[in-house]
Design a protein around this ligand. Structure first.
Ligand SMILES: NC(=O)c1ccc[n+]([C@@H]2O[C@H](COP(=O)([O-])OP(=O)(O)OC[C@H]3O[C@@H](n4cnc5c(N)ncnc54)[C@H](OP(=O)(O)O)[C@@H]3O)[C@@H](O)[C@H]2O)c1
Length: 286
């Protein structure tokens, strides 16, 4: 298949580029394309005519989104709407990524695809709007919500990923305060990319949750990183309110991969097993 990837330089995009090597790939980084430039997107899509467009690009510095509302909506909602419209007109399947943050966090059991969103932040509202545009415009689409992504490449705008940040902080000997009242599922971008590669060949269009399985707080995740690597760290739990981030985040946003399960495709590993594989691949443990 001919597949065009937006955000190919990002942590998920780069894993997709690796995993989709047997397809004909058009990997585009931010330097190659500005997704808010409708004319440029139209020219690139209509001249390449891929079978599938995968959009991993987003404006997702969650706290900054609170101050930059227009940019959040320009990238996460309106650019996505334009891309959805162009894909639909050209008969291209559109694959788009969204977030666990579309949920409000009141539940205490995993959210499935039928649960009602209740986004708490500008970022989350803009991502939900993006999802709805795709769903309402495209006849052939996959909207994939994921959670707590980490990958070898790291997120450029966030200075790496959570694991690398924790390891760097521990090595600096500083006290590390990590929130203990937000429950998520850390998800390995490589495993997600492999699952996306499978899913997009099924023709079973729709909304999917795809994360590793199980859940933990960010504090427990940090604890597991230090326990597995044997790195000594001065780690303390803090509450979200003590931490005082600008954007509100759900206190619980574990997702159930229910639609994936119904296709018989949910063999996503427990988050601890995926973390171990990442640490082995990065050479932290054997
Ligand atoms: N990271 C998480 O924990 C997480 C959790 C849930 C859902 N998600 C969703 O998963 C998807 C992938 O996330 P990720 O962690 O792989 O992000 P990432 O590493 O930041 O990758 C996104 C890529 O998109 C590019 N990009 C940003 N704005 C663009 C624009 N206007 N035009 C063209 N390219 C642009 C970025 O390039 P520059 O850096 O050069 O701007 C970056 O290389 C996103 O939709 C995100 O909302 C992420």
């Amino acid at each position: 298949m001919k597949i065009l990837i937006l955000g190919a330089g990002g942590q998920l995009g780069s894993e997709l580029v690796n995993i989709l090597q047997d397809d004909t790939l058009i990997p585009l980084t931010h330097r190659d394309i500005e997704m808010t430039d409708e004319q440029q997107v139209n020219n690139i899509l209509s001249s390449n005519m891929p079978d599938i467009v995968i959009n991993t690009a987003a404006y997702h510095r969650v706290d900054d989104c609170e101050d930059n509302v227009e940019q959040s909506f320009a990238v996460n909602s309106f650019a996505v709407r334009n891309m959805a419209r162009i894909c639909n007109e050209l008969g291209i399947t559109f694959v788009h990524f969204s977030t666990d943050y579309v949920f409000g966090g009141r539940k205490r059991i995993p959210y499935n695809e039928d649960n009602c969103p209740n986004p708490l932040s500008v970022y989350a509202v803009s991502k939900l709007a993006g999802e709805l545009f795709v769903k309402n415009i495209c006849s052939k689409f996959y909207v994939i919500r994921t959670c707590g992504l980490y990958g070898a490449k790291g997120v450029s705008g966030k200075g790496g990923n959570f694991i690398e940040t924790m390891i760097k902080l521990a090595e600096s000997g500083r006290n590390i305060r990590v929130v203990s009242d937000q429950i998520v599922t850390p998800t390995y971008a490589r495993e997600l990319a492999a699952k996306v590669s499978q899913l997009i060949r099924t023709g079973k269009y729709g909304l999917y949750h795809i994360t590793n399985n199980g859940g933990c707080s960010w504090h427990q995740f940090a604890g597991a990183i230090f326990e597995m690597t044997g790195i000594k760290a001065d780690l303390s739990p803090v509450s979200s309110s003590e931490f005082g981030a600008r954007a509100r985040r759900p206190l619980y946003s574990v997702l159930e991969n229910r639609n994936l399960k119904q296709l018989g495709l949910d063999d996503m590993r427990q988050w601890r097993d995926a973390l171990k594989e990442y640490l082995v691949e990065k050479g932290y443990i054997r």
